[in-house]
Design a protein around this ligand. Sequence first.
Ligand SMILES: [Zn+2]
Length: 110
Amino acid sequence: MECARSLGISYKRFMGWRPTDDDAAEWDETERDWMRALRMYEQRVQCPLCGMDVQFCHDEDAVRHTFAGGQVEICFVTELREKAMRRYTESGVVKNPHSQTTKLIARTTE
Ligand SMILES: [Zn+2]
């Protein structure tokens, strides 16, 4: 469902649906209900911090029973983006500090 939404298509199209004379509407009531249900789930059930069900992650006993602990890991893509943004902000030319984004530069094989 999340994949379909990220692609901007209905769940049934994601699963292979194609329009036919009998079923021509991609975004019928069922598909709209699926997306509403997904949004409701994300807003009411899914924790905005960890992405798990709040019934679980807000239950300290359940969490401690399931996990032995946590560890710090590094996302090296985010690290590259942070370094690029730091170079940019240190350049002194930042006019609108909340409008920047980053783009990764692929290595060429030549
Ligand atoms: Zn959580």
